[in-house]
Design a protein around this ligand. Structure first.
Ligand code: ISL
Length: 539
């Protein structure tokens, strides 16, 4: 059944006379992030590609997701797995070509699935023709002005900024000037006060929008604007894990409002398309400002992903994540992870405990109002992998192997009993798949009603079909220590006592459930009680 059919049914179940199109599709969509090099490989080189992905679209329809986010597949020297783009308007031969992209886009749409793609507007690759021209040109030239070149002081860089990958955020060129890179030295930052930069990003957006994409995930959407004079940062900001506790002029600058409004103005020419900002922003007012009318549609933020498995802290994180966007009329956006952070199974304790908690948190996430982002492999209960020395190097881990993000980017195990589990027809995959994943493959889980994959499918299906998921509010219930419970219902209907109640148990022991019929639970009930490290939906 196509998604359009289903959303009409959804609207009808909610009892509204409004046509299904009155509510924008993205406000409560389930997005699925496809890390292209790790999804499915069609040509045996061990790296996932667009054709491999196209051939697995049926799986995504089965999973029931509404929309996709594809990580970069553009021309790139792959210094940062494609986030170093040398031509944003072409497909890297590693992944296929424009024809393959068009075919997969058309087919995804036939399956009723929207397709959003990454836009990387903060920086280019150092191999981009613009940067090569800038290197060849003189200080003060128009070529250099597209990037952020400055003079230093003697052998010292222009300021004390550090790269998020470690080391100084400045690299010196042969004539003595320095260029800024908030990420790797292969990723020079663009100068967003330069008109050509805007024009070129607009060209890129229209290039893909004209082909039919449904929107963009904006890479480092909190980073494109730089403050006048490039003042020093508080060095402690570099060590802060996640939330910006210290002055950090590298991010969240005033100029972003204008840049976001500009991106939005391009999208407004293509009704129904969206921009989801990647926002490592923890200041509530600022986060809300990014989502004001006329700016970004959705704010992919990391509050839930960075909160540990504890009912009280999660309760607070959910309240904040819900109310901040709602202040400006935007829906909340939920994510438990992506390709830059540890897999939730591993964050929550690895092994059986980690998996139990990850399953429970998925039920919490999918019960919440707003848009949800799932990361490929989460639905299989995958954890981080171990990388043998010299395999899967990550530019972020040059100074500290513990910061390697590739441990959370392993290929998808599709079928069979041994690596590479149908991911590639070749012998080797770009990152290893652990032997132990024999029971985590799609094939092993698809028909097993107790599998993590089956739980995801059931939860997504219920989220689409149950009328309680129509509204935008939640109501907290009292719950035993270490637990929480909220009712998801259309709270605008004051007399509506229906709804789905989501209960999470992070305490060490089993707890009684409130009255109601159990629709789904992340673990079997024990004598009618919800065991620890589990969640349930009741109707
Ligand atoms: O800004 C940060 C912390 O305040 C960083 O975490 C940063 O925003 C984040 O790493 C950005 O990630 C994105 O852009 C990177 C790329 O390596 C990541 O994979 C991508 O998700 C550079 O393009």
């Amino acid at each position: 059944m196509g998604r359009g059919v289903r959303s009409e049914a959804h609207a009808a179940e909610r009892g509204g006379d409004e046509p299904a199109s009155s509510e924008p599709w993205w406000r409560d969509a389930v997005f699925y992030q496809v890390y292209v090099q790790s999804f499915a490989d069609s040509d045996g080189d061990g790296v996932g590609d667009l054709e491999g992905f196209r051939s697995r679209l049926g799986y995504l329809e089965l999973l029931g997701v509404d929309a996709l986010w594809l990580t970069p597949f553009y021309r790139s020297p792959m210094a940062d797995n494609g986030y170093d783009v040398s031509d944003p308007r072409d497909v890297d031969p590693l992944f296929g070509d424009l024809g393959t992209f068009d075919a997969l886009l058309a087919e995804a749409h036939e399956h009723g699935i929207k397709v959003t793609i990454d836009l990387v507007p903060n920086h280019t690759s150092d191999q981009h023709p613009w940067f090569q021209a800038a290197l060849a040109a003189a200080p003060g030239s128009p070529e250099r002005d597209r990037y952020i070149f400055r003079d230093g002081t003697g052998a010292q860089p222009p300021n004390n900024w550090v790269s998020t990958f470690g080391g100084p955020a400045w690299t010196r060129v042969s004539d003595g000037q320095w260029y800024l890179h908030l990420f790797g030295s292969e990723q020079p930052d663009l100068n967003w006060t330069n008109a050509e930069v805007r024009e070129d990003v607009e060209r890129t957006m229209r290039f893909w929008l004209d082909r039919g994409v449904d929107g963009f995930r904006i890479d480092v959407a909190h980073g494109m604007a730089k403050p006048d004079g490039l003042p020093d940062m508080d060095p402690r900001a570099a060590q802060a894990a996640g939330p910006h506790e210290f002055a950090d002029p590298r991010f969240d600058n005033e100029g972003l409002a204008d840049i976001h409004a500009f991106l939005r103005s391009v999208l407004d020419d293509y009704p129904g398309t969206i921009a989801t900002g990647e926002l490592w922003t923890f200041d509530d007012d600022r986060l809300a400002s990014y989502l004001e009318p006329g700016r970004l549609h959705l704010g992919f933020n990391f509050r839930l992903a960075l909160t540990h498995f504890d009912a009280d802290t999660l309760h607070a994180a959910i309240d904040r994540s819900l109310t901040v966007p709602q202040r400006v009329g935007a829906p909340a956006t939920w994510a438990l992870g992506n390709h830059d952070v540890w897999r939730q199974v591993s964050r929550y304790g690895d092994g059986e405990t980690g998996l139990r908690r990850a399953r429970a948190m998925m039920l919490v996430e999918l019960a919440l109002p707003g848009a949800v982002y799932l990361y490929n492999g989460d639905e299989l209960g995958l954890g981080n992998i171990e990388l043998p020395p010299g395999v899967g190097d990550d530019p972020r881990a040059e100074d500290d192997p513990a910061r390697n993000r590739n441990i959370a980017r392993a290929p998808i195990p599709w079928e069979g009993t041994a690596p590479p589990f149908g991911f590639t027809t070749g012998q080797r995959s770009w990152l290893p798949l652990p032997e132990e994943w024999a029971d985590r493959t799609v094939e092993a889980q698809l028909e097993d009603p107790d599998s993590t994959l089956s739980l995801y499918r059931a939860a997504i299906e219920a989220r689409h079909s149950h009328q309680a998921f129509g509204g935008e509010g939640i109501e907290w219930y009292g719950a035993p220590a270490g637990c929480f419970a909220f009712r998801r219902a259309d709270l605008d209907q004051a007399d509506d006592e229906s709804g789905v109640v989501c209960v999470l148990n992070t305490s060490g022991s089993a707890v009684d459930l409130p009255p109601g019929e159990v629709l789904l639970s992340s673990a079997p009930l024990v004598d009618g009680q919800l065991p620890s490290d589990a969640a349930a939906w009741l109707v």
